[in-house]
Design a protein around this ligand. Structure first.
Ligand code: UD1
Length: 419
């Protein structure tokens, strides 16, 4: 069994190049179903989740080659056939649901198992299905499987009750080949949605407004294969910003555009952390004395739920009381138990976590319960007294490519051990 083994207390210095975004590349790979052509994705992150979505497309007949060294994925979707992807594949990762929109657009239907993924709440897909229905599909979810059919999708207005990232992406992908105009209202505004729209536009789709609450899509007859480099990973960048902050160090992050991470830099600045940025980099410098803060997770441009666990790890080390309110997922405090094992003083009251900063965390064996919870434990381990061992690291490897090597590169004492 592989574990991370961290000796805490090392100051960090140097620079880290941030990857392309997992949450961009997953819908982009799914969107290749739409083009009956060859697509080349450059600077692709080599993550377990990326391999899973490639396998899902392979199960539909896609010919995919992955060059790990060059970080290039070549996807040929000319010869796809409509079938039900194996349920064990779909259940590995919630983002597998992103094939629903492209499948209904290309084949006029799909049948897939209800998806799995991080264990952070019930995460229904009702908004996705509502969108497909509005475009004229007949949708039938039952016994853990969802089936949909439509002769030809027709553009329509879709109002999302909540700005769901996945539902916005799925409906946008379904609508690009539909007849006429689709308007998605109360759409999610995450930069990864803008990135997916850019990719679809490069292929020939007509989309305006992605990245705002109203997206207008004019259906086209056909899309073509292209070469594309996805945007940087905001959450990987945020995780390394916290690595600098929690170790009271200075590091530079490259391949980052501050415009997309303002909610994070604003909160770090409020704590007294120095932030300097240029066109494609950001420097984070933390002194010993930081101030406690309150944070509420919100849809973009608010503070991302995917950074909640990591910022909590940081706040456990900051003298005073901080409060984190999680508004996006109902069960996203699983890291609290593990941080508490390391000595953190955190109380949960409904959707609030009340954190009293302590002098120092203590290393021990802890368990990654989901992707971002696992990242929070690495961060805690970097500053804890003694050594920290993290088990179930496959959760972390789903979304961080060789995080141990990137951290070693800036001076952290972290290794993977196989026991
Ligand atoms: C995406 C991200 C994930 C991030 C999340 C919120 C990807 C691959 N994953 O996940 O990392 O944590 O956005 O920023 O991009 N909901 C419904 N009905 C639906 C869909 C969602 O009630 O049909 C609810 C969910 O249960 C959740 C909230 O909406 O409480 C947000 O979910 P959503 O924005 O859809 O997240 P994902 O697309 O799954």
């Amino acid at each position: 069994m592989k574990k991370y083994f961290i000796n805490g207390g090392k100051k960090l210095q140097g620079s880290i190049k941030v990857n392309s975004a997992k949450n961009s590349v997953l819908p982009i790979i799914a969107a290749c179903i739409l083009n009956k052509d060859i697509t080349v994705i450059k600077n692709a992150p080599m993550l377990d989740d990326v391999i899973v979505i490639c396998d899902v497309l392979r199960s539909l007949g896609a010919d995919i080659s992955v060059d790990r060294e060059q970080k290039v994925i070549k996807i040929d979707t000319r010869e796809l056939f409509q079938c039900e992807p194996p349920s064990e594949m779909i259940r590995k990762m919630r983002a597998s649901f992103l094939i629903m929109g492209p499948m209904i657009a290309r084949f006029g239907g799909f049948k897939i198992s209800l998806p799995g993924g991080c264990n952070i709440g019930t995460r229904p897909i009702d908004l996705h299905l509502k969108g497909f229905k509005a475009l004229g599909a007949e949708v039938n979810p039952q016994f853990g499987v969802v089936e949909a059919r439509a002769e030809k999708l027709k553009g329509n207005r879709v109002y999302l009750d909540f700005p769901s990232v996945g539902a916005t992406e799925n409906i946008m992908m379904a609508a690009v080949l539909a007849d006429g105009e689709t308007v998605i209202e109360n759409a999610a505004e995450e930069p990864e949605i803008e990135d997916l729209a850019n990719f679809l536009r490069t292929m020939g789709a007509k989309i305006i407004g992605a990245g705002t609450g109203t997206i207008v899509i004019e259906g086209v007859k056909k899309l073509k294969g292209v070469e594309y480099t996805p945007m940087f990973d905001r959450i990987e960048a945020g995780t390394f910003m916290v690595a600098a902050a929690i170790t009271r160090s200075k590091i530079k992050l490259e391949n980052v555009n501050e415009k997309h991470i303002k909610s994070m830099t604003a909160k770090l600045a409020e704590m007294g952390i120095g932030i300097t940025s240029g066109e494609d980099y950001i420097i984070v410098e933390a002194s010993e004395e930081l101030k406690p803060i309150d944070i509420k997770t919100m849809p973009y441009p608010g503070f991302p739920t995917d950074m909640q666990a990591q910022i909590m790890a940081l706040l456990t080390t900051v003298t005073g009381t901080s409060i984190i309110t999680e508004t996006i997922f109902e069960n996203r405090f699983m890291h609290v138990n593990e941080l508490t094992r390391m000595g953190a003083n955190i109380k949960i009251d409904g959707r609030n976590a009340i954190i009293e900063g302590i002098e120092s965390l203590s290393g021990c064996e802890v368990k990654a319960t989901d992707l971002r919870a696992g990242a929070a434990l690495i961060l805690a381990g970097l500053v804890a007294e003694g050594s920290t061992t993290i088990v179930d690291i496959y959760h972390i490897q789903r979304g961080y490519e060789e995080i141990e090597k990137k951290l070693q590169g800036v001076g952290a004492d972290i290794n993977i051990i196989d026991v």
